[in-house]
Ligand binder design. Structure first.
Ligand code: NAD
Ligand code: DAU
Length: 360
């Protein structure tokens, strides 16, 4: 079935990777990308798109219901894949307001637009429709060292304003299925890494700082654990869910790679020692600095992916060794992209706000 897809947040890290993935997997597909181009979104992320696919970009806000409804009608959209969000935990600690607006109000606006155009006006009558919501493992809270990984049935216990806003949006999406029979699916994914990630997040930040000889700031003791997933694996999982997942269901997605933050940074340092040695061959790890911790920092995340594995046959292709090597190499090969991104947006200001107070 040829789909007409609305992607929100397609100029961000995962959204832009997903558009590239989809154009390759489904060359016939029609894609409409709605993105506000906040500090986290950039058209630089979309320069290498296929010229053969039907693709339209609109700069706009998901909170604008009139705009969303017109896009749904004009492009006969049958599938919404909702990535747009304020996505950085540290920024949510500085200013939660934007997270409430985009993540909660914005998701609600999209749901209302879909309900109006798909269910009330019945614009798409010849094929099934789908609203897929991209969420996070952070909605489940923090695991103790020996607790079993999060399952889809684990009760929500979000700890940051970011996680709480995502939890709230998940609940709204679920409620629209139960109350209005809007055909939805939800995926909750662990930490992604890979090409085009904005360098305020751990892995690209460490690569950028290491390349420029700046300190590598580790929050607290660096023993926090995340379940790292290469972004291309995430894209594949999302598309599987949209094609074959059951409506009303949530699916956990994770990488099965659970090192400590310190181990991740040490691995990046070792890769750069090899690929981009410092003068006099000093080890990059000498740049590591332990700084004041993130308030309320979740200690450990881990995902149980049995459901998506058993029902949809998805599992990650990349282990951390292969994924990190590819990622570090991508940043080395795309220094121009990195330089444009940090000049284009409020990057320097953010680095000052976030790290000065941490004694870095
Ligand atoms: P990102 O911050 O890189 O990109 C977000 C995109 O949304 C940007 O292009 C931004 O311009 C756009 N956007 C923000 N507000 C908007 C608005 N009001 N209207 C339209 N567009 C708007 O985020 P990401 O890391 O690519 O994450 C994408 C989604 O995946 C988010 O929903 C996030 O919660 C979720 N997620 C991320 C990860 C991760 O590790 N990055 C893991 C699990 C889930
Ligand atoms: O778990 C999924 C989540 O992963 C997504 O929902 C979020 O959108 C995404 O931003 C990410 O959240 P994190 O807070 O885990 O990502 P971040 O890269 O900011 O931090 C990863 C870990 O590294 C976390 O334990 C904090 C730590 N860290 C981060 C930075 C930026 C440091 O030690 N030093 C740093 O400078």
């Amino acid at each position: 079935m040829k789909r007409n897809v609305l992607i929100t947040g397609g100029a961000g890290f995962i959204g832009s990777n997903f558009i590239r993935y989809l154009q390759k997997a489904e060359p016939e597909i029609n894609i409409v990308n709605l993105d506000l181009l906040t500090y986290a979104g950039s058209l630089e992320n979309l320069k290498k798109l296929s010229k053969n696919s039907d693709y339209h970009f609109f700069q706009g806000d998901i909170c604008n219901q009139h705009l969303v409804e017109s896009l749904l009608r004009e492009h006969n959209i049958d599938t919404i894949i909702h990535f747009a969000a304020e996505s950085h935990v540290d920024r949510s600690l500085e200013g939660p307001g934007a997270f409430i607006q985009t993540n909660i109000v914005g998701t609600h606006t999209l749901l209302e637009a879909a309900r109006q155009v798909w269910l009330n006006e019945k614009r798409i009558s010849d094929k099934p429709v789908r609203f897929h919501h991209i969420s996070t493992d952070e909605v489940y809270g923090s695991l103790s060292p020996t607790a079993p990984p999060f399952e889809e049935t684990t009760p929500y216990a979000p700890n940051s304003p970011y996680a709480a806003s995502k939890a709230s949006s998940d609940h709204l999406v679920r409620a629209y299925y139960h109350s209005f029979e809007l055909p939805i699916t939800i995926s909750n994914c662990s930490n992604n890494y890979g090409p085009y990630q904005f360098p305020e997040k751990l892995i690209p930040l460490m690569i950028l700082n290491a390349l420029t000889g700046k300190p590598l700031p580790i929050y607290g003791d660096g023993q926090q654990i995340r379940d790292w997933l290469y972004v291309e694996d995430h894209c594949e999982a999302i598309w599987k869910i949209i094609q074959h997942g059951s409506t009303g269901e949530s699916y956990n997605i994770g990488g099965g790679n659970q090192p400590t933050n310190l181990e991740i940074v040490e691995t990046i340092c070792a890769l750069l020692d090899d690929k981009a040695p410092l003068p006099d061959n000093e080890p990059h790890r000498q740049l590591i600095q332990f700084v004041k911790d993130r308030p309320g920092h979740d200690r450990r995340y881990a995902m149980n992916i049995t459901k998506i594995k058993n029902t949809l046959g998805w599992q990650p292709n990349y282990n951390l060794e292969k994924g990190l090597e590819k990622t570090v190499q991508w940043y080395l090969d795309n220094i121009d992209w990195l330089n444009k991104i940090i000049e284009e947006k409020d990057y320097q200001q953010w680095v000052q706000i976030n790290y000065q107070k941490r004694g870095n």
